[in-house]
Design a protein around this ligand. Structure first.
Ligand SMILES: Cc1cc2nc3c(=O)[nH]c(=O)nc-3n(C[C@H](O)[C@H](O)[C@H](O)COP(=O)(O)OP(=O)(O)OC[C@H]3O[C@@H](n4cnc5c(N)ncnc54)[C@H](O)[C@@H]3O)c2cc1C
Ligand code: FES
Ligand code: FES
Length: 487
């Protein structure tokens, strides 16, 4: 066991013994290192003022990603490199091309959110040459500019160039991060509580069995808020972030096996290969910072009735792989959600992977996320549907899954029965819509009223019919799907 967290802050090696398990990266940067460029706007992952860029080894290759420092726990940076806005200037003190473009285009307005915006653009600058406006908007969706002055910021993003400014030395950083890797479990113990970060699935299984009440932390995009907003003290914490095997995504021909720790950014291309509508869903999942940290396993295990992935995965017929000690069990994903925030996760068990069957070309698929804001918002209703027609043109299989309609993500069994055996036409849709009222008694809350939810749930079936039978009719905000498909 190792009791010291090790990571790079810029070029400097940082070693901290027994730090508080839930100390946020932002608090550490600002309060302990006095690196006050990264700001705290919301402390809940929404505004992006705290954005930093983290480098990590992904299958041996260095990958840089923007994340929200306000909800990330410091010890989970073990083995990574952190870059803040203070690290951008050149050796001669000159502005980075991203910063210079922001100055030239008057992109810095209030100034408070600017460092976060610069860091999101820096991540884009590192990873993509000549990004399109659509990509720039995507990269900035997790950065709220309250003065709504996005035009000059986007102009700056279009203008940023390499400008002769040095990129990180990928080879040198890769070698240094390799040196930080080991198979020892990181085990911290201090006044703030206990923290474990195993390096293997086997070690994780042993730890979860030994500490069944521990809080498991994946990307912390839910758990982080329990601390920053809920003021909860979590002890012990077990982080899954060092286990490479849990991040694996394997194509098995007729199915894809996705490790629980695969992030939304990593899962997006896999789901997009199954349907462009899944690509759009993932594009609208949080902002880029949330997609870089949040995981498929966390989205499922959290058990939220408005989580976006469960309805889509249930419609596709996904199977959940759970593990306790050396034992694995597999269940249909829909059976995992028992009641509001009550999941079929037994003591000592954790989510290991999700198996998603490839739907094949004959399946009709539809996914719609309905939220008040287009970007970075939680669903009021999410509908995901899969239909298979037989050779006579009748519905042989119907899987209709909804989020936001009940205390759990749930299939619409009565509506599915109303469709099965019928032709896929307006009469069938009307029958299914009538049946939805017996499937769901939705709640009214700040996101939507019960009546709105029920109406929308039915209208999504109408949209599905129109999209599959009248492809020329516009059913979405113009160009939305095409943009999602072409990035
Ligand atoms: C700004 C913002 C925007 C968001 N937007 C969306 C959105 O558009 N759609 C949406 O669905 N969600 C959204 N979320 C919620 C969140 O990002 C997702 O639920 C995310 O997938 C959680 O994954 P995580 O890895 O961060 O989980 P964590 O926060 O680390 O964990 C979440 C829960 O799952 C448990 N857990 C994690 N991994 C495992 C495992 N392998 N086995 C067992 N238990 C485990 C944890 O103990 C905890 O109970 C948003 C959050 C924020 C902050
Ligand atoms: S402070 Fe708002 S996202 Fe972190
Ligand atoms: S530049 Fe800060 S709110 Fe717009």
């Amino acid at each position: 066991m190792r009791d010291t967290v090790r990571f790079l802050l810029g070029d400097a090696l940082i070693e901290i013994a027994n730090c508080d398990p839930t100390l946020t990266v932002l608090d550490w940067l600002r309060l302990e290192r006095r690196l006050t460029g990264s700001k705290e706007g919301c402390a809940e992952g929404d505004c992006g003022a705290c954005t930093v860029v983290v480098g990590r080894l992904d299958r041996g290759r260095l990958r840089y990603e923007a994340i929200n420092a306000c909800i990330r726990f410091l010890p989970t940076l073990d083995g990574c490199q952190v870059l803040t806005v203070e690290h951008l200037k050149g050796p001669d003190g000159s502005l980075h091309p991203v910063q210079q473009a922001m100055v030239d285009c008057h992109g810095s307005q209030c100034g408070f959110c600017t460092p976060g915006i610069v860091m999101s653009l820096f991540a884009l600058w590192l990873n993509e040459d000549a990004p399109s406006v659509a990509r720039i908007e995507d990269a900035l969706a997790g950065n709220l500019c309250r003065c709504t002055g996005y035009e000059p910021i986007i102009a700056a993003a279009l203008r940023m160039s390499s400008g002769g400014h040095d990129r990180p030395d990928y080879e040198a950083v890769t070698a240094r991060l390799h040196d930080l890797e080991d198979d020892e479990t990181l085990a911290l113990s201090g006044p703030g509580g206990h923290f474990f970060a195993p390096a293997t699935v086997e070690e994780l299984a042993d730890l979860v069995a030994a500490h069944p009440q521990a809080t498991l932390v994946a990307g912390a995009t839910d758990v982080g808020l329990w601390v920053t907003k809920g003021m909860r003290r979590l002890d012990p914490v077990i982080s899954l972030g060092r286990i490479a095997a849990l991040r694996e995504i394997a194509d098995r021909g007729d199915r894809v096996v996705i490790g629980a720790m695969a992030t939304h950014a990593e899962v997006r291309p896999v789901l997009a290969s199954l349907s462009p509508q899944l690509d759009e869903l993932m594009r609208r999942f949080g902002g880029e910072q949330v997609r870089n940290a949040g995981t498929i396993g966390g989205n499922i295990a959290n058990g939220s009735p408005i989580g976006d992935l469960p309805p889509a995965l249930i419609a596709l017929g996904a199977t959940l792989v759970l593990r306790r000690g050396g034992e694995q069990r597999q269940i249909p994903l829909e059976n995992f959600f028992l009641d509001y925030r009550k999941q079929d996760r037994r003591e000592g068990e954790f989510v290991e992977a999700v198996i998603v069957p490839r739907p094949g070309p004959d399946a009709l698929i539809h996914v719609s996320k309905i939220s008040k804001r287009f970007d970075e918002d939680i669903s009021a209703v999410c509908g995901a549907f899969l239909l298979r027609l037989n050779s006579a043109g009748r519905i042989a299989e119907a899987r209709l899954a909804y989020g936001g309609m009940a205390g759990t993500p749930k299939r619409a069994a009565a509506a599915e029965a109303a469709l099965t055996g019928r032709r896929w036409d307006e009469a069938a849709v009307n029958a299914a819509i009538a049946a939805l009222a017996s499937d769901f008694t939705p709640l009214s809350d700040m996101r939507a009223s019960a009546g709105y939810r029920l109406t929308v749930a039915g209208n999504l079936l109408r949209r599905f019919l129109i999209e599959t039978t009248q492809p020329d009719v516009e059913t979405r905000v113009a160009g939305q799907l095409a943009e999602a498909a072409h990035g």
